[in-house]
Design a binder for this molecule. Structure first.
Ligand code: UDP
Ligand code: MN
Length: 266
């Protein structure tokens, strides 16, 4: 008899979720998904895409979402905030109610180690933002899909707007007791290591950086904007960038539980 850990038994109704509304972010989503597979996740991997993009077979489920501008004129005009389009698109992850618990990962993240233990956390768990640590960074977060929560989030956006014009401001104002209420909802920073933090606190990075589980290339310049350059090994960021490009070029890692490598060769 094979005894499976409890986390494995409940794996079917748990998923990693990302979002890609453009071809560029699709490259990111692909790399993120492959890196999850490479580290042997037992959970499903779901991508929310808009109709204009075509993802590859790394995902278990491809869910087409309408970018908010076209999807829901009612909500957006009611909101009067067209710039919130992509943000509100991200909120549609709460509509994935066939899953009980999910982990959202931005398409500009790269997984360096298995992070299935994130499913032991509750909504809303996230790591501090490097720029303002009383806010969580919304590039990696644990949540429970729920139509009720989804509509409460939309209503919150309509009523209060969003202080940074993006999903992070909205989610922080909605889950506003995150900073103080429950320390178990604070993910260690290594679950969302923002590339900018490497330089703002280099000694900490040198001490703890090897424990990094997820790297987040936040900011305007994304890995897909930069070229792969083997000779650029000097900085830590270059090393992460090279890892990103290596994953992009790599063969599709085996799906956990699949017996042989009957995979596309890439
Ligand atoms: N995103 C998208 N299309 C866009 C912008 C953003 O699909 O045009 C998604 C994508 O998953 C991305 C996330 O929204 O990772 C958040 O945006 P981004 O990572 O650029 O923000 P940052 O982390 O730099 O603040
Ligand atoms: Mn991001």
């Amino acid at each position: 008899i094979q005894i499976l850990p409890l986390s494995f038994l409940s794996a079917a109704d748990q998923a990693f979720v990302t979002l890609a509304t453009t071809e560029d972010y699709c490259m990111g989503a692909l790399v993120m998904g492959k890196s999850l597979r490479r580290h042997g996740t037992t959970r499903k991997i779901v991508v929310l895409i808009s109709s204009s993009v075509s993802p590859e077979r790394v995902f278990d489920e491809v869910v087409q979402v309408d970018v908010m501008d076209s999807m829901d004129r009612t909500h957006l005009s009611w909101l009067g905030r067209p710039e919130l389009g992509v943000t509100l698109t991200k909120l549609q992850c709460w509509m994935l109610i066939k899953y009980k618990k999910c982990v959202f990962l931005d398409a500009d993240t790269l997984v360096l180690q298995n992070v299935d233990d994130l499913f032991e956390r509750e909504e809303l768990s996230a790591a501090p933002d490097a720029g303002w640590p009383d806010c969580f960074n919304s590039g990696v977060f644990v949540f429970r899909p729920s139509l009720h929560t989804h509509s409460r989030l939309l209503a919150h956006a309509a009523h209060y707007g969003c202080f940074d014009g993006g999903d992070q401001g909205l989610l922080n104002s909605f889950f506003k007791d995150w900073a103080v209420k429950d320390i178990s909802k604070h993910l260690p920073f290594v679950y969302n290591l923002s590339s900018s933090a490497i330089y703002t606190y280099l000694p900490a990075f040198q001490t703890f950086g090897h424990q990094a589980k997820i790297v987040h290339f936040l900011g305007a310049v994304k890995p897909w904007h930069l070229r792969y350059d083997q000779s650029n090994k000097d900085s830590y960021l270059d090393q992460f960038l090279n890892m990103w490009w290596a994953e992009y070029r790599s063969q599709m890692p085996p799906i956990s539980g699949e017996v042989d490598g009957n995979q596309d060769s890439g």
